[in-house]
Design a protein around this ligand. Structure first.
Ligand SMILES: [Ca+2]
Length: 512
């Protein structure tokens, strides 16, 4: 299947003419060039507060490794997140939003490029540019339509803590320990921080049963109760930079990506954020079931477990407390950004999105962290707040891949034909509408695929299910304790076929 980069329908051309003030589209439709005359026209348009200023801004706030189960607006009664809750109270909060890849690299490459991981083949930690060629990423599409498009810190994959402690560069895959894409941005800013090296009281919880392992970096469960204030750390600096941009970027519409790195490990936050969760011994562990793993395939046992991390219950409770402290700290930084948006006078003209790149296990089934395709890991918090729209809670299945076409729609930009997500903007007017009968997510590390319907979660390991199948009735068994794959062969057959069809659709793309 092949699509030209720019559709040529009359409606599209009209829309493009309206929105591309000052842009001249070459007849071969390869590049849009700003002409001198166009640039002057644009400046004149801005100076007279013309149409360009009436376009809504996009403020995209993304936390790293955040499970919705840790947020008070999603029902957590221990970890309070007043700033995210306040956004939820005035926006649409999605209860069934799913990521397309259950760890940073594939998830971020997917929602930024508009393609599923198995379309671009970006299943690891690279940016999708070599695969997408000249097709614009989400922020680049806005940049191409005269938006100022910037990121502060992590939007595409960036190594945490590696990329952050090294200066937060993240510009190249290996050298900067990131997978950024220069063309996606008008400007980009990094937020270095000490991460696990922060001064304070640190403990390595993972693979440290005798307590002799020092505090370490890498993808390791480490808790640091840090000295000093919010600005010592990456997310504090990110919030301040974002606030500065919100105050200074007024002339042109903006697409501003604000990437917080907490609660990704290490669980480091200023000491005050730990206070509500002490003593850690009083924190509850999730409900567990004897022999829980006996009815699932080996591939379904997550890559990090209480067992292989050698975490006893003291360490498990401290891991939860450290995670919550990191969430509380991140939430406070969300507050800094949202207050700056209010103070800048631009809140009435700015769409705000809050989400995460994937979820996280906090000990359910004795699983920890990401990668798993269970709800705790594949479902994400998602709040979209559009000025003038009624607050709502929406239970429809949606995907992070839907953000790019939805935000193009909400701001009146054309929706590039090649995008594999759906425009879900109707849900912001009618939260009871349905745009998908299933969400699709993958865990390439486990060759895992998830088809998530309202009743069934179908997880298959291997394209021919060589590594096994899980089927959960999430209405009867929301905690996903009982694998029903052998009891419901007809459902397994239907969902297996649905998965094959979905993968074929994902691969029927316009990429080379
Ligand atoms: Ca992540």
């Amino acid at each position: 299947m092949h699509h030209s980069r720019f559709p040529t329908t009359p409606l599209f051309l009209l829309a493009r003419a309206v929105w591309s003030i000052g842009l001249q589209l070459q007849s071969d439709a390869k590049h849009a060039l700003v002409t001198v005359a166009g640039a002057l026209a644009l400046i004149s348009t801005l100076a007279t507060a013309g149409p360009a200023k009436e376009r809504m801004n996009v403020l995209f706030i993304i936390s790293d490794d955040l499970t919705s189960t840790a947020l008070s607006c999603y029902g957590n009664t221990v970890c309070e997140t007043p700033n995210i809750d306040a956004l939820a109270a005035r926006g649409t909060r999605f209860t069934h939003a799913y990521c397309q890849g259950t760890y940073c690299g594939p998830s971020r490459a997917s929602f930024m490029s508009g393609y599923y991981p198995h379309a671009t083949g970006v299943l690891g930690y690279t940016n999708p540019r070599p695969q997408i060629g000249d097709r614009p990423t989400w922020s680049e599409h806005f940049k191409n339509h005269d938006y100022y498009a910037a990121r502060v810190s992590k939007i595409f994959h960036m190594g945490v803590p590696g990329g952050i402690e090294e200066g937060g560069d993240g510009r190249d895959h290996d050298g900067g320990n990131g997978a950024d894409d220069a063309r996606s941005w008008s400007e980009r800013f990094n937020s270095p921080g000490p991460e696990w090296k922060a001064a304070g009281i640190g403990e390595t919880l993972e693979s440290n049963p005798d307590g002799k392992r020092p505090v370490v970096g890498g993808n390791t469960f480490v808790v640091v109760e840090a000295d000093g204030d919010d600005l010592v750390h990456s997310d504090g600096k990110t919030a301040v930079k974002a606030a500065e941009l919100l105050h200074t970027k007024r002339a042109e519409p903006f697409w501003l990506g604000v990437g917080f790195v907490r609660p990704h490990v290490p669980f480091v936050a200023p000491r005050k954020y730990f206070a509500p969760f002490k003593p850690f011994a009083d924190l509850s562990l999730p409900q567990r079931m004897e022999n829980d793993w006996d009815d699932i395939p080996k591939a379904g046992i997550n890559y990090k477990t209480s067992l292989n991390m050698k975490m006893d219950e003291r360490r498990q409770r401290k891991a939860i407390g450290g995670y919550y402290a990191a969430v509380s700290y991140m939430d406070a930084q969300v507050g800094v950004v949202l207050r700056a948006l209010e103070d800048s006078g631009q809140a009435d003209n700015t769409i705000v999105i809050f989400t995460s790149d994937h979820g996280y296990h906090l000990g359910e089934h004795d699983f920890w962290a990401k990668v798993s395709l269970r709800d705790e890991s594949s479902q994400v918090p998602l709040i979209i707040s559009v000025p003038g729209k009624q607050p709502a809670v929406c239970d429809s299945l949606v995907e992070l891949l839907d953000l790019y076409p939805t935000l193009a729609s909400l701001t009146g930009l054309p929706i590039p034909e090649h995008l594999q997500g759906k425009d879900i903007s109707t849900l912001l007017d009618d939260p009871h509408a349905t745009v998908r009968d299933a969400a699709f997510s993958v865990a390439p590390m486990r060759k895992g695929f998830l088809i998530r319907e309202q009743r069934w979660a179908y997880i298959q390991y291997g394209e021919d299910a060589q590594q096994g199948i899980e089927l959960f009735d999430v209405l009867q068994d929301p905690q996903q304790f009982h694998n029903l794959a052998t009891q419901y062969p007809a459902e397994v057959a239907r969902l297996s076929k649905k998965l094959s069809k979905k993968l074929a659709q994902v691969r029927a793309h316009d990429l080379d």
